[in-house]
Every structure is written in structure tokens, then in C-alpha cells.
Design a binder for this molecule. Structure first.
Ligand SMILES: Cc1ncc(COP(=O)(O)O)c(C=O)c1O
Length: 446
């Protein structure tokens, strides 16, 4: 793999793709050079678009903007601040607003060091699903306190290493909680750890449109399931489920817990469902603090899951829309001064999907029945979900000629079942999209 920077050209906008491919060809990056080092496949990242997710209107700063707007509106009502009467001046008012948000990029969504470094440069933290992701994040330079380990299967050694380093740990289950308690009792130096330790709640708000990625049902694998307020356990499906009071008691029993973590699902979950899960988690934090008679829970981690629209260029839903949905479901999340010292988010796909695309040379073409098959260099190892569950995951595909020019305006859909899509002249047997917005085939000789 080699990383080539082309600051003038790389872009994830549809209209810019053709010139980028032409440039790649001109730079001999996709050609038929002799030798094994030849590169028939390229991933193009629009670094400006990626950075904009952390810095621009429409990106993650929308969460803080909402806090500031609400603060300004409240100040106006209270007649406290003249400078807040104009919503456009809310930015000026930011000095009076505290920013509790730490936006972590989900490492699994794009573990390339260049991208992680850019996220770090723009103030992000890093959410990790494994100890190796933690090691990567630390090597990239994320401060340990801004690295969050969510793996549900942490070993004793991993827990110990994270506690000694000060990495934020989110506990998945009650056995793990007991393990950490025991480790702290046996090794008092672990009690001096700076790590924030959270417990993941499964708020039981139900599934989204992709069952396999919904993690807030009775049978979901992650977190501690907590029945909605007032609901009693009844069926065998309630084995392992806690009542709200039992969840609160856990926190009282384990005072080192200072964070509630929630993640309702990764893709396929609408804004209302995601917000409902977060609202439940916030409610539990308030109940815990009321019962503890102190601010035991100072951090909330509201996970990721913002869905991505792969169908066209539009970004929908946006971070601003998600912030608004959260505000509707749980206005206290945006209170100023904030009720939490830290509000962590863990977005993955939504940060990456609109900022990158892939292009592959078509090495061969062949006929199979009525279809023409293009054999490309991007296979199911890159696009596993799309290849095996295309009903849930799809990417747009376009075809370019050997001159880098788009072959007509058609965008070729990936067919779902191994048969050619009826309107396509070309069937891509083994391609689809990962967290990438766009997928192109370049055909030298077809
Ligand atoms: C705990 C947790 N947080 C964050 C994410 C990122 O989700 P998404 O890419 O949908 O934002 C995932 C994805 O699996 C996850 O499991």
C-alpha cells in the first residue's frame, strides 16, 4: 500500500471523480505497469470532507452549537445577555458555554493512521473495539483518557493495561464488573487509576431495520438490559434483565462506576430510536445520582449509529438533525451548564462514508448467461456485508473507460442475488461497498 496525496484533486463529490481517476491514470497509479508492485485498486479519501466532519457546520460541532443556541435563548428570556439576542451571535457567546462533548471516531470504521491522525488533530477521541485498536490509537497519539475501550470481551491483562494507562473502559456485563472489582481489591494501585469506568446499558428500545445490527432488544448481546420504568420481570426472556432500581443499586454498590454507556445499533436505526435509547440512559444517570446523593455519574457515552444514506450524494440524516432529535427526546443533554462533565459520542460510518470512494481496474470481463461479469480487484474481503447481505448494504457503482471518462450517466446497481440487475449491462460479481460512499470500476479494454 502506498499513500499518495493529491491535495488539488481528491474529492468525494460525484462531479470530481472523473478528473481524479484521470489524474490517477496520468500518475500511472492504476495502469498496467510491469511488476508485482502495480496498483490495480485505489481508495480515494477526501481529507477536507473528512476534516469538515469535525469542524464545519453540518458536522459534529452541531452538538455544541445546539447547546449554545439553547443557552442563548434561555439567557434572552432571562434578560441576562444582550449579546445572545441574535442567534447569529451565539458563537460569540461560546466563551460562556462549556463544551462537554468528546466526539470519538469508532476506530473500526476506518483504522488508517492518516485518518485517525486527522481526527486527533481536530480534537476527536477514539472508540476502540479491541486492545489492538487501543494500541493503535495510543500510537497515533490520542491521550489515554480520550481512548474508550468498548470490547465486551476484555481479558484480565487488557483491563489491567487500560487501567494503568488511564484508558476509559466501558464494562459490558455484570461478570466483567465483578472481575474489575476483584482486580481493584487485589491490586490497590489499580484503584489509583485515572480511567473513567462506565457500564453499558441496553435500554431495550427495540430493533431498527437491520436486525443483525440492532443491539437494544431482549436478546441483544451487548450491555446490561434494563426494563423500562415500572415494568416488572415476567417471562423467561427476562433472565438477565434488570429493573431500573437494580441498575441503580449496581452503581451504588460499585462507586467506581462513573459513566453510563449506550449504543442502540449501528445503521438501520432511525433518529427517534437512537434518541429514545439515549434518553433512557440519561434518565438512568439522573436516577443514579439522585440515589447516590452525589454526582456519581459524570460522563455519559451515547455511542454512534447515525445512519448513512448510500443512495445518493445527500447527507441524510445529518448530525444537526440527530442533535435536534436528541434535544426533542432529552433536552437536558444540551443543558448549559452541562449536567455531565463529558458527553462522549462514538460515530463510525457517518464520519467516513461520504468522504471516500474506491476505484478498481477491471482485469477481465466474461460472459455468464445473459450477464457480463467484470472481474475487479475489490472483493468480498473488502465488502463483506455488501456481498453477503446486499439487501441491507449497497453502494453506487459507476463505470469509466480506459481514458477515465464516465461511460454514460448510468450508475450500475449491485444485484442482490447473484443474478444481473435487469437494467444493467454489466454485472459486478464480487463487489460492493464497505464504509465508502462510491464505488467505481475502471475498464481498460471492455
Ligand atoms: C459500541 C459501538 N460504538 C460505536 C459504533 C459505531 O457505529 P456506527 O458506525 O454505526 O456509527 C459501533 C459499531 O459497531 C459500536 O459497536
Amino acid at each position: 500500500m502506498s499513500i499518495v496525496r493529491s491535495p488539488k484533486l481528491f474529492s468525494a463529490r460525484e462531479r470530481d471523480i472523473e478528473p481524479v481517476v484521470k489524474q490517477l491514470l496520468a500518475d500511472s497509479l492504476l495502469g498496467q505497469e510491469p511488476g508485482l508492485a502495480t496498483k490495480p485498486l485505489a481508495l480515494a479519501f477526501d481529507l477536507d470532507a473528512f476534516e469538515a466532519q469535525f469542524t464545519a457546520a453540518g458536522g459534529l460541532p452541531e452538538f455544541l452549537q445546539l447547546s449554545m443556541k439553547k443557552y442563548a435563548a434561555a439567557a434572552k428570556i432571562a434578560g441576562r445577555s444582550q449579546s445572545c439576542t441574535d442567534p447569529a451571535k451565539t458563537v460569540e457567546d461560546s466563551q460562556s458555554c462549556t463544551d462537554p462533548f468528546l466526539h470519538c471516531i469508532a476506530c473500526k470504521s476506518n483504522p488508517l493512521v492518516t485518518l485517525l491522525s486527522l481526527a486527533l488533530k481536530n480534537g476527536a477521541g477514539c472508540e476502540c473495539a479491541s486492545i489492538n485498536e487501543v494500541r493503535l490509537a495510543l500510537e497515533v497519539g490520542f491521550p489515554a483518557g480520550n481512548v474508550v475501550l468498548d470490547s465486551p470481551v476484555k481479558t484480565v491483562a487488557e483491563i489491567e493495561a487500560c487501567l494503568l494507562l488511564g484508558v476509559h473502559l466501558n464494562i459490558d456485563n455484570i461478570q466483567e464488573l465483578g472481575r474489575i472489582q476483584k482486580m481493584r481489591a487485589t491490586h490497590p494501585r489499580l484503584c489509583k487509576s485515572n480511567s473513567v469506568i462506565g457500564l453499558r446499558i441496553n435500554p431495550l428500545v427495540g430493533a431498527g431495520t437491520i436486525k443483525a445490527l440492532s443491539v437494544s432488544t431482549r436478546r441483544s448481546k451487548f450491555g446490561v438490559p434494563v426494563l423500562p420504568s415500572g415494568e416488572a420481570k415476567s417471562t423467561s426472556d427476562d433472565d438477565g434483565v434488570l429493573t431500573e432500581d437494580e441498575f441503580v443499586q449496581l452503581f451504588l454498590q460499585f462507586p467506581f462506576l462513573s459513566c453510563v454507556h449506550v449504543h442502540v445499533g449501528s445503521q438501520g436505526c432511525g433518529l427517534r430510536l437512537l434518541s429514545k435509547g439515549v434518553a433512557r440512559a440519561v434518565d438512568m444517570c439522573q436516577k443514579i445520582n439522585a440515589a447516590a446523593k452525589r454526582r456519581q455519574v459524570r460522563t455519559i457515552d451515547i455511542g454512534g449509529g447515525l445512519p448513512v444514506n448510500f443512495k445518493d450524494e445527500a447527507t441524510t440524516p445529518t448530525f444537526a438533525e440527530y442533535a435536534a432529535a436528541l434535544d426533542a427526546a432529552c433536552p437536558i443533554l444540551f443543558a448549559q451548564p452541562p449536567i455531565f462533565d463529558r458527553i462522549i459520542t462514538e460515530f463510525g460510518r457517518a464520519l467516513n462514508a461520504k468522504t471516500a470512494w474506491m476505484v478498481s481496474r477491471v482485469e477481465y470481463t466474461k460472459k455468464a448467461g445473459a450477464c457480463t461479469i467484470a472481474l475487479t480487484h475489490a472483493g468480498s474481503d473488502l465488502f463483506t456485508r455488501n456481498c453477503y447481505a446486499p439487501q441491507n448494504y449497497s453502494n453506487r457503482v459507476a463505470i469509466l473507460g480506459s481514458d477515465g471518462v464516465m461511460r454514460g450517466p448510468e450508475i450500475y446497481p449491485r444485484s442482490g442475488d447473484g443474478a444481473a440487475a435487469p437494467t444493467s449491462k454489466l454485472y459486478e460479481h464480487d463487489i460492493a461497498g464497505k464504509c465508502l460512499w462510491y464505488f467505481l470500476i475502471f475498464i481498460p479494454s471492455y
